[in-house]
Design a protein around this ligand. Structure first.
Ligand code: DX5
Ligand code: ZN
Length: 222
């Protein structure tokens, strides 16, 4: 694994042109596309569902990283896999049956090698999912309280990421990717990378800029 994976979040794009916006960030150098699904229940905001994921799937070929901020995500896993998710991430706080959820993602998505992720809110300790580490391909650390783009980075997550890297490094069967989501900007991405993150979600900073390529390059190299 080398280099940073940069995943623009479509939450901050112009939804009326979401397919073109996805193409534009991919042309500008995005590695993945991050799609924030919100149900107005797990988080105080509603965004979009599987049909929008499918529309983005038709417009780009890079991996689609689908972040489910929904209660009981087990109800919709197959819909999002069918829509074209490559990484499907559930919140540990949103399901009573985390192991079942993760297993179902891998089993149902097996023919396309769909990866299973877990996400945790800023206050949730990593031991909430360490018993299912072998079932996880990606860990998404929230560095804001989920629900909205454009919030301020919560620095306490840095220590949590560092401790998690100590826990997972040198595991005999490899380790999950470490991704961070919320408030990522060129001025703070370096310290998040130093803490041990491999992949970075960035929404408002990318779509709020008038030069997507320059912003993605700044995120990659800062
Ligand atoms: C927050 C979402 C994030 C958000 C990131 O609930 O999960 O992906 O869109 O946006 P910025 O980069 O603006 O914090
Ligand atoms: Zn997200």
């Amino acid at each position: 694994m080398s280099g940073r994976i940069i995943a623009p979040s479509m939450l901050s794009c112009d939804f009326g042109r979401i397919a073109e916006e996805a193409q534009a960030v991919v042309e500008a150098g995005a590695d993945w596309i991050h799609l924030d699904v919100m149900d107005g229940c797990f988080v105080p905001n509603i965004s979009f569902g599987a049909p929008i994921v499918e529309a983005v799937r038709r417009s780009v070929s890079v991996p689609l990283d689908v972040h489910l901020m929904i209660e009981q995500p087990e109800r919709y896993l197959e819909d999002f896999i069918d829509a074209g998710a490559d990484y499907l991430t559930v919140h540990v706080e949103a399901t009573r049956h985390l192991h079942r959820c993760l297993s179902h993602i891998r089993e149902y998505g097996d023919s396309r090698n769909v990866k299973a992720g877990v996400s945790l809110n800023p206050h949730t300790p990593t031991h909430a999912f360490t018993d299912v580490l072998d079932d996880i391909d990606l860990v998404l650390f929230m560095s804001v309280n989920p629900g909205f783009g454009g919030q301020k980075f919560i620095p306490q997550v840095l220590e949590k990421i560092k401790e998690f890297r100590v826990l997972i490094d040198n595991r005999p069967n490899g380790r999950p990717l470490v991704m961070v989501d919320g408030g990522i900007k060129p001025h703070n991405i370096g310290q998040v990378a130093d803490a041990g993150a491999d992949a970075f979600v960035a929404g408002s900073v990318v779509f709020g800029s008038d030069d997507y390529r320059a912003t993605i390059e700044a995120l990659r190299n800062s």
